[in-house]
Design a protein around this ligand. Structure first.
Ligand code: AMP
Ligand code: MG
Length: 342
């Protein structure tokens, strides 16, 4: 009897040790780092490994080092410092982003503006001590945000900003490009499943399980880090949101957010709280989410006719949620204070 008891005990001890060992050798399931000034995480589930996460985040950090408008040593900073003086050599990545960025500027009548840098710097939104700038400062900044004064030389691989004081800012599109780059690496490894989340700029690869899509939530745009108020089921797609709750400050009784209207020099103001864009191409989704936010719901609906396969979710100040045709009937509203409008 005693022998039986000790055998049982040994069995359970071995089971426990096996359980612990399994825990130790399990693939790391997700990796999170602070890159692009935000929390970025990538989850490759069972196919995740330290080597893969290291390679992915090395690429993200490399892109940040080239593309960031907020660090002195980036290529963007060098192009900005040479504004009005000389063209600067630009990596392929910059040219890959700047070309489409200028197209979005053209198509949106200049609302999407990669030369918005002087205004972004003036407002300093999302950083310590941000306040509403003086009217005269805004007027001066508006004189040097002409995106048509950005010149790309494709033979010499250079970028030249024509006027002194001009500054490129790719903050509205760079994370989308970075998500595409990470997805390319994951595809090249032959993996079919993963989630890339670069500060809310989401790209899902494959589906959750065969035949079962991922569940994505759209946060309440009235609250910083709010709960999901809309849910949708998606596979192989990027979902990117631009909204009033991402970066902002409050002065007096007014909230000033980070998407600036190049016409007025102030944060864009219309009926919208947020726009989420769905596209297989995360750079397109990123550029479009900012553009549509600036255009407002009505203009966006016709603007999107040029982008087949792209869908959007508009959430407005009256708590109405509107979706494009491709999403009709496929979203769920999770918060009863919001309602779907057709
Ligand atoms: P997103 O969160 O993708 O909508 O991008 C917002 C970021 O893009 C801001 O933090 C700025 O760096 C930059 N930005 C602000 N206004 C504009 C604009 N009108 N066009 C292009 N980029 C902008
Ligand atoms: Mg964007």
């Amino acid at each position: 009897m005693n022998q039986l008891k000790s055998k049982f005990l040994l069995f359970f001890i071995l089971l426990f040790v096996a359980y612990l060992l399994a825990g130790c050798t399990q693939a790391p399931q997700a990796h999170t780092e602070f890159v692009f000034g935000t929390v970025c995480s990538i989850n490759l589930f069972k196919q995740g490994s330290d080597e893969r996460y290291q390679a992915l985040f090395m690429r993200l950090r490399e892109l940040d080092a080239i593309l960031s408008a907020n660090r002195d040593d980036s290529t963007i900073a060098k192009i900005n410092a040479a504004a009005g003086i000389t063209p600067v050599y630009a990596e392929k990545e910059i040219l890959d982003i700047l070309g489409p960025a200028l197209e979005f500027a053209e198509k949106s009548g200049g609302r999407f503006n990669p030369a918005i840098g002087p205004l972004v710097r003036l407002w300093n939104i999302g950083n310590e001590g941000a306040t509403v700038p003086k009217k005269s400062e805004i007027t001066n900044a508006l004189k040097i945000i002409d995106w048509r004064s950005i010149h790309i030389d494709h033979d010499l691989n250079t970028v030249f900003l024509e006027k002194v004081g001009m500054r490129l800012d790719l903050g509205a599109i760079a994370k989308g490009y970075a998500a595409n780059e990470a997805a390319k690496m994951i595809h090249n490894w032959g993996l079919q499943r993963g989630i890339i989340d670069l500060g809310g700029n989401i790209l899902v690869i494959g589906s959750k399980e065969p035949g079962k899509p991922w569940h994505i939530g759209i946060r309440n745009p009235e609250i910083s880090g709010g709960n999901s108020i809309v849910s949708l089921h998606v596979s192989n797609i990027s979902v990117v949101t631009s909204g009033v709750n991402e970066r902002f400050f409050i002065e007096g009784d007014k909230q000033y957010h980070h998407i600036l209207d190049p016409k007025t020099g102030y944060p864009a103001e219309n009926e919208l709280l947020s726009v989420s864009v769905l596209s297989a191409d995360s750079m397109v989704a990123d550029a479009l989410s900012t553009t549509l936010f600036l255009l407002g719901t009505k203009k966006s609906m016709s603007f999107l006719a040029e982008f087949p396969g792209v869908d959007a979710i508009f959430i407005d100040k009256a708590h109405a949620v509107r979706v494009t045709k491709g999403l009709q009937g496929s979203i769920q509203i999770l918060d009863p204070s919001f309602h779907q409008n057709y």
